[in-house]
Design a protein around this ligand. Sequence first.
Ligand SMILES: Cc1cc2nc3c(=O)[nH]c(=O)nc-3n(C[C@H](O)[C@H](O)[C@H](O)COP(=O)(O)OP(=O)(O)OC[C@H]3O[C@@H](n4cnc5c(N)ncnc54)[C@H](O)[C@@H]3O)c2cc1C
Length: 398
Amino acid sequence: MDLTPSPEESALRAEVRAWLHENLPWEYGKGLPPRFDTLDEEVAFGREWQAKLAGGGWVGVTWPTEYGGRGLGPVEAYIITEELARARAPELVGRIGINLVGPTMLAHGTPEQKARWLDQILSAGEIWCQLFSEPGAGSDLASVRTRAEKVDGGWLLNGQKVWTSYAQFADWGVCLARTDPAVVKQKGISYLVVDMRSEGVEVRPLRQITDETEFNEVFFNDVFIPEDRILGPENNGWHVANSTLSHERGSNPRQLVIHAQLIDELLRLAQQEGVYDDHRIQQKLAEAFVEVRLFQLHNWRTISRLSKGLEPGPQGSMNKLWWSEMSKRMHDTVMAVLGSAAPLWRGASENPGDGTWQRSWLYYQASSIWAGTNEIQRNVIGEKVLGLPREPKPAARR
Ligand SMILES: Cc1cc2nc3c(=O)[nH]c(=O)nc-3n(C[C@H](O)[C@H](O)[C@H](O)COP(=O)(O)OP(=O)(O)OC[C@H]3O[C@@H](n4cnc5c(N)ncnc54)[C@H](O)[C@@H]3O)c2cc1C
């Protein structure tokens, strides 16, 4: 693997950096993104920022030019994401659309579907959510019970989803629903597009340990889905869903930069809190430094595969497993540095960061759950990378 950037790659890095210098809503390299009191304000800001980014041509860069992308390769996309994270640009508010729905639609959508939806995904004119998990179907996603019954001109959708991030802001959702209960579970699922403003859709926000309500329960009560709102053929949804899930793993330059920045911030915090010379803290800081470096190598290995036209493959599970475990350990180090301030929350006196660190610690506890739990990643690595015997499966269910 040759890691020397080509002249074109260096030029692209300079171009995105120059654009950010001009267009970031705060001073590049100095200011920080605003802190919002409510999720509504954060989402409104995120929509504006994504529209601006899309206008500059920095969103969906690997998508074909005919659909508003730039037809760039994985290395270029990696460089752009890295530069955005370095500038501390917020994560895209429409990331589910950009990272999951758009690529799935490009692979499985009809020309009419692409023309209708992709443009609005790029600009965050419309926001999407992922209606996959259910109370009884998370890791074992093929057990979904939400059902869609065929009616004149489409389907009637009934059931419940859970952990649906941003459903309260979403215009559209991609939903796995059972369209044939009589066959083996993977074979009777369809991949439907739900208008989140339709009659019969009820969204109930769930309050998280961070005191935020990013994800929701979603209930469907006789929701009519017109017949052109399906991606791929009826009962072929499991295949389409796997296309979506494959985009959840792989390289993650954003998390790489965020954690490299976290080390710098940790060093400053340790100095400020007077524990910089404590050898136990120094040991943890050194470990964090090595772990971030190793994560960079995991990322580069994946990007090298992608640039050869290969899929991230089961090795992508290594990246997810590594960064989430690394992140949790680093956040534990933050708490060790904070010492007696660790259990404090916003508004408390003598709490460096006024709860930001504590919020971050709580938030990253979920990193070993979303996009496939770490136990599942370990199963994938054991079975598909190391060739170990398969985990015993519970008796097959329909
Ligand atoms: C912050 C966050 C955002 C999310 N956003 C969305 C979203 O937008 N849309 C969406 O559809 N979902 C979303 N999810 C849901 C997420 O995909 C699921 O939580 C995840 O797939 C795990 O499913 P589960 O919660 O049902 O746990 P379960 O699958 O019930 O697992 C419970 C425990 O059992 C373990 N386990 C399960 N099966 C096995 C096995 N075969 N071998 C070993 N251990 C096993 C798991 O690792 C876990 O520890 C989100 C989750 C989080 C935390």
